[in-house]
Design a binder for this molecule. Structure first.
Ligand SMILES: *[C@@H]1O[C@H](CO)[C@@H](O)[C@H](O)[C@H]1NC(C)=O
Ligand SMILES: *[C@@H]1O[C@H](CO)[C@@H](O)[C@H](O)[C@H]1NC(C)=O
Ligand SMILES: *[C@@H]1O[C@H](CO)[C@@H](O)[C@H](O)[C@H]1NC(C)=O
Ligand SMILES: *[C@@H]1O[C@H](CO)[C@@H](O)[C@H](O)[C@H]1NC(C)=O
Ligand SMILES: [Zn+2]
Length: 419
């Protein structure tokens, strides 16, 4: 009686062992295939906030930090290398409370710190500003480093500032962060936390889109309201990106992209670069790597493999999925996509092919025609920190308004002192 049982148990153990070996080996196969693909095609991620961490932690003093050793952040040089990151849009971000204050200067500081990352770590970062340079940098084994300005408030409603940002290497601008600008509405309008101001793009907002097309700056619709997304998709001559947004159908945060917009983005040749932030992935404090892969699958299903990319939002968010805690984990996500039957072609497109296609089209739309030089109407930007020089029909500046309370107080004091 006992003999056959033992042999059955033995057989079961052998079976289980073989199953484990098979599972392990095939998992390893996916990982190896992922790494091979990532060595052939650059992974170009749409959004990383390391520069913001450098400001918060070191006031951008790169002399006080070694990016090889930095360990409190989700990004450092060894992690980028393990993660096989081929290209990264570093975010030149300044929060909305700088709007109408020192937003332009703060943005310049963030652009500067990105330039200095490339200068101080030339063996790792190569600052680039075209598709041709991305390809060269990848061939040289460097992390192609691009600059994205996150939030239209950074240009202070001014085309000259936009043009000079281009000169400084900026290649995308997110039209809004989480606040309206005088010319475009942000996503909080859709949650009811902010009020409608331009109802999408204002007339001046449309001029900014034309100017971005003319300059060759990619339009980023992450953080914008649905109406802004639709307005842009209707008028932009070049395809757009969502640099760090996920699928609304899987997690109904207004930071994510609804299916009908996914379809339009796809028709217009644009891409949605998936954000890994737990609250945009599962709408909960926790998430897993496979939940992120679900967003890739969904966008692929609705918009096609030509419309998806990576936009991790590392160092811009506090909670990341289990298995994707820092930038070293990208290959695991790629392996998961392969496990889900993504073809090599699909994966290469998502890694960098799709983004390079969008950027090439943006470069083609670009023209050297003389740009739009009409300023925004003064009444759309009037505030006490803005002077009116150049506006012919304005009484020079806001100064009298600012001085008014002072004058009244002084008069009052003088009156009482005298009386
Ligand atoms: C992180 O780096 C600091 C400074 O180099 C070091 O003191 C600390 O022990 C490190 N922490 C970990 C967890 O490695
Ligand atoms: C960059 O490389 C990709 C993939 O190899 C290729 O399709 C594309 O034409 C290249 N672009 C430029 C401008 O060299
Ligand atoms: C992948 O394809 C294989 C073979 O066609 C199939 O058996 C398997 O169920 C598919 N897996 C998924 C996750 O779609
Ligand atoms: C634009 O470029 C074309 C040829 O590349 C040139 O003929 C034309 O003068 C340029 N126009 C301006 C405004 O620079
Ligand atoms: Zn963001």
């Amino acid at each position: 009686m006992s003999e056959p049982q033992v042999s059955l148990v033995k057989k079961m153990w052998v079976f289980l062992f073989l199953l484990c070996v098979y599972t392990f080996c095939s998992a390893d196969q996916y990982r190896q295939r992922a790494e091979k693909l990532m060595k052939e095609t650059p992974l170009i991620d749409g959004h990383n906030d390391l520069p913001w961490q450098l400001l918060l932690r070191y006031h951008n003093q790169l002399s006080k930090v070694d990016l090889n050793k930095l360990n409190e952040t989700q990004t450092n040089i060894p992690k980028l290398r393990t993660g096989l990151v081929g290209g990264q849009f570093w975010s030149a971000y300044t929060p909305c409370d700088t709007q109408y204050k020192d937003a332009v200067r703060q943005t310049l500081e963030q652009i500067d710190v990105i330039h200095r990352m490339c200068q101080i770590y030339p063996e790792t970062f190569q600052c680039v500003s075209s598709t041709k340079e991305i390809n060269e940098s990848f061939k040289n084994g460097k992390v192609a480093s691009l600059i994205g300005v996150e939030g239209g408030h950074s240009i202070d409603s001014n085309m000259a500032t936009l043009r000079l940002f281009y000169q400084l290497g900026v290649r995308y601008m997110t039209l809004t962060h989480s606040c309206n600008t005088p010319w475009a509405d942000n996503w909080l309008v859709d949650t009811g936390d902010d009020s409608v101001q331009s109802n999408g793009l204002s007339t001046y907002g449309k001029k900014i889109i034309h100017e971005m097309n003319r300059l060759g700056i990619i339009i980023d619709l992450a953080h914008t309201s649905m109406k802004t997304m639709n307005d842009v998709l209707q008028i932009s001559k070049a395809p757009v990106i969502f640099s760090h947004s996920s699928a609304y159908a899987l997690c109904n945060s207004r930071r994510n992209v609804p299916d009908e917009i996914l379809k339009t983005v796809s028709e217009k040749g644009g891409i949605v670069m998936v954000n890994f932030y737990n609250y945009y992935v599962t709408c909960k404090p926790t998430a897993k790597l496979s939940d992120v892969a679900d967003h890739f699958d969904h966008i692929k299903k609705i918009a096609g493999y030509q419309s998806v990319g990576f936009g991790g939002d590392y160092d811009g968010v506090s909670r990341l999925p289990e298995g994707l805690e820092d930038v070293s984990f990208y290959p695991d996500l790629v392996a998961e996509l392969l496990k889900r039957n993504w073809t090599d072609k699909d994966v290469k497109a998502a890694l960098g092919g799709n983004f390079l296609r969008v950027f090439e089209q943006v470069e083609q739309v670009k023209s050297n025609s003389s740009g739009d030089d009409e300023p925004i109407p003064y009444d759309e930007v009037q505030n006490e920190c803005r002077t009116a020089y150049g506006y012919q029909n304005q009484k020079n500046s806001g100064t009298p308004l600012v001085l008014f309370p002072t004058v009244v107080t002084l008069a009052y004091l003088v009156y009482y002192t005298l009386v």
